[in-house]
Design a protein around this ligand. Structure first.
Ligand SMILES: Cc1cc2nc3c(=O)[nH]c(=O)nc-3n(C[C@H](O)[C@H](O)[C@H](O)COP(=O)(O)OP(=O)(O)OC[C@H]3O[C@@H](n4cnc5c(N)ncnc54)[C@H](O)[C@@H]3O)c2cc1C
Length: 343
């Protein structure tokens, strides 16, 4: 039997941030994550504010700028056939970052371990609150007792319940080559079926993802090359013939839990709420929610966490909806119709 002040389930960005903040405050923290079980990530971007947050938490790690790839701006074709450029160099916020997610997650975990967090390579299997203490069973049969249980088990989480779905979206991802040497922007192009995301990853591969409704996945897979060819601007930046059929589909729908806090437990990151990838909010919010979850536990005010994230979520949904509504070229197409008059 192991005893700790807090057990954090899930060592992604949310879990590592929460564990470090609690350990910095002198708590005995166990960070449980199954070994070798890797959740596939597409090659996400982190806005400049996300790096500032990591620096504030002393979790950015040495060599951040050499491991991850600087993003100098966005190119987007949205709302008209024109391609618009947004340059981060002129923005007061500075550059964003294309993450090497394995290296990124590993460096955040190391920062947590450096603060005294105890690692455990096992999944949380069950947790029961008995007389004010959690009795937790890990899938390596270890029994743990903890005062607090923090759930950061990501999009597939079932520990805290099932998120209420707000929108359904699937990413079809394929890898190939960029057509422009040193391409360092995020590319987004709206098309009748949904929208394309394109980027070059830190390892030099280019990724293209087509975001569609779940019911359109099969036809998009079958017609992948036709859809690539039909896009207006994509071929200028990506070497289209190098992109074989998509090699993975990822659930990218968004939703949130009805309640983020309960008795002696709190949910963070994707386990609490998932974001439309168009917003590039997921990783930064995961870190922020991990930090805030730990802070409200330390100050004894979990209700403020619930309030803060309810407000943040409302703002996010308003902005996202306004952005989707800017695209009016295909009012009859099922993908775009869902954003007008309830679809
Ligand atoms: C297609 C797609 C594109 C995206 N693009 C972006 C982007 O450009 N920018 C951005 O910011 N975000 C993006 N996101 C979102 C981003 O990936 C997530 O928001 C982020 O990874 C959430 O971090 P997390 O710590 O909450 O969860 P995760 O990083 O998923 O970590 C959860 C951890 O919990 C572990 N775990 C699971 N079950 C258990 C258990 N029972 N016990 C213990 N551990 C467990 C898992 O192994 C995993 O290590 C994208 C998402 C998708 C699907």
């Amino acid at each position: 039997m192991m005893h700790c002040d807090a057990l954090v389930a899930g060592a992604g960005p949310a879990g590592s941030a929460a564990a470090k903040v609690l350990a910095d405050a002198g708590w005995k923290v166990l960070l449980a994550n199954p070994a070798g079980k890797r959740v596939r990530k597409i090659g996400e971007s982190l806005p400049a504010a996300g790096l500032r947050l990591l620096q504030h938490l002393k979790m950015a790690g040495a060599g951040f700028e050499s491991v991850h790839r600087r993003i100098s701006g966005n190119l987007s074709c949205w709302g008209s056939a024109q391609l618009d450029a947004e340059d981060f160099l002129r923005s007061p916020d500075g550059a964003g970052w294309r993450l090497d997610r394995d290296a990124f997650d590993a460096s955040l975990r190391q920062a947590a371990f450096g603060a005294g967090v105890v690692p455990r390579e096992a999944a949380v299997q069950s947790a029961v609150l008995e007389q004010g203490r959690w009795q937790i069973t890990l899938d390596d049969a270890t029994q743990v007792t903890a005062r607090w249980l923090l759930d950061a088990t990501g999009r597939g989480s079932r520990l805290s319940g099932i998120r209420q779905r707000e929108s359904a979206l699937v990413a079809l991802c394929g890898y190939g080559e960029a057509a422009v040497p040193g391409f360092d922007r995020t590319f987004v192009e709206a098309v009748r079926e949904g929208w394309w995301y394109g980027a070059v990853l830190p390892d030099g591969r280019a990724v293209l993802a087509l975001y569609v409704r779940p019911e359109d996945v099969k036809s998009a897979q079958e017609n992948w090359h036709g859809l690539l060819a039909a896009a207006l601007h994509l071929h200028r930046f990506f070497h289209v013939p190098s992109f074989a059929k998509p090699d993975c589909t990822l659930d990218a729908g968004s939703g949130r839990l009805a309640a983020l806090t309960g008795e002696k437990c709190i949910t963070m990151g994707d386990a609490a709420m998932t974001f439309d990838p168009l917003s590039s909010q997921g990783v930064q919010t995961a870190i922020y929610s991990g930090m805030r979850a730990a802070q409200v536990i330390l100050t004894g005010d979990p209700a403020s966490y619930e309030r803060e994230f309810t407000e943040l979520r409302a703002l996010y949904r308003k902005r996202l909806e306004a952005y989707y509504l800017r695209e009016t070229r295909w009012p009859e197409a099922p993908f775009w119709k869902q954003f007008t008059s309830g679809g």
